[in-house]
Design a binder for this molecule. Sequence first.
Ligand SMILES: Nc1nc2c(c(=O)[nH]1)N[C@H]1C(S)=C(S)[C@@H](COP(=O)(O)OP(=O)(O)OC[C@H]3O[C@@H](n4cnc5c(N)ncnc54)[C@H](O)[C@@H]3O)O[C@H]1N2
Ligand code: MOO
Length: 405
Amino acid sequence: MTSSVSVDEHAARIGRMLAPLLMARASEVVPLTDALGRTTADDVRSAVDLPLFRNSQMDGYAVRASDIETVPIALEVSGDVPAGHTVPVVLTPGTAIRIMTGAPVPAGADAIVPVEDAELVLGRDDDLAGSIVEVRRSRRAGEYVRERGSDLHRGDVIVPLGTRLAPRHLAALAAAGVGEVRVLAPLRVGIITTGSELVRGDRPAQFGQVFDANGIALAALSEDAGAVVGYRGTSDDDPASFEGVLADAIAASDLILTSGGISKGAFEVVREVLEPRGAEVCTVAMQPGGPQATAIVDGVPIICFPGNPVSTQVSFTVFLRGILRRAAALPDIPVRQVPLADALTSVAGKRQFLRGRQLPDGRVEQASGPSSHLVAGMARSDVLIDLPADAEQVAAGADVTVWTL
Ligand SMILES: Nc1nc2c(c(=O)[nH]1)N[C@H]1C(S)=C(S)[C@@H](COP(=O)(O)OP(=O)(O)OC[C@H]3O[C@@H](n4cnc5c(N)ncnc54)[C@H](O)[C@@H]3O)O[C@H]1N2
Ligand code: MOO
């Protein structure tokens, strides 16, 4: 018996079904070079202070601020600290030490005079022995000195648990000497398209056949939402064919999506195979996307979308995109209220997800007809216009809810 449910009820059912999967995620350790876009499975703490040592912010001269309170003043250059100098240096009071950006500040020095405020009045840049620098501007203690630990202390969290690693996170981890991180295993989505009319492989379509649009759509939608495609296959309308493809998908997936074969016709293979295994088949009060089902087989959740290509894409967007994005720590794509450019009519009784296009002035217009086979029309759209079930007429200028595609 097929039940009728609202969009929110079906969304909640899918949320409940996937909750255990999202709670018990496996993790793995990967080198930083493979960590871009992965989600941290732990707080990553620092084993060091950052900066690692007190260092200069400028190319110039390390001095004691108290020695340059009156300027100009001539100071003997008593040493040189290039970046990468690994031997600690001590400043003799009343002298200056030439220093480069990032080099360790000598003990006893507390300020850096940038080269722009200093001139070698005796000696040469390439041979500092016996040279004298004239300092022309005073600096306070601490100026241009980058203190050890001023960015991060040992033990601090560099990147918290649940962070999707972006280039800036990798930079901070690398700076702290972290070479590998524990990340969540990505969700592996198995995708099964069904239908004897689907062209298999790279062949021309005979009369009555169609090219498979949903396989690539569901794969791309899943990857876009931060998951990986663990399996992709196609079954014809023979239950034995679907059983075989399903077994392969179960072995390679954390979650399976199917398209087609769930409405009321004679050859509804998904329904035929999954209903005896406890699938919940329902009609969601929405258009497109009415026929839907969920099942769990051998512990693997299966979400069944209707086969019409627009229905498949709309169903994924409405029911699964947010869940997968959250699982991958990607930001939510919130729905927005946008004014309608032209008046619309809608079918009362079902929530409508019309294909829309945003105009440069911020309004939205319908981009294609409402039928769920208009796959190219969907490609011309960039939003779904979400009209409530009771709407029959929506006036131009009225605010409507839109989902960004
Ligand atoms: N008597 C009824 N007929 C239909 C109903 C109904 O309530 N009563 N619902 C209609 C609605 S709404 C939809 S949506 C479809 C859903 O049916 P299925 O999920 O069983 O999908 P199929 O019948 O397998 O295919 C529908 C349509 O989509 C094309 N298709 C399927 N897979 C792909 C693919 N991978 N790539 C491209 N196109 C695909 C298929 O050829 C059909 O044209 O049922 C309505 N009928
Ligand atoms: O639900 Mo069907 O997706 O309206 O065409």
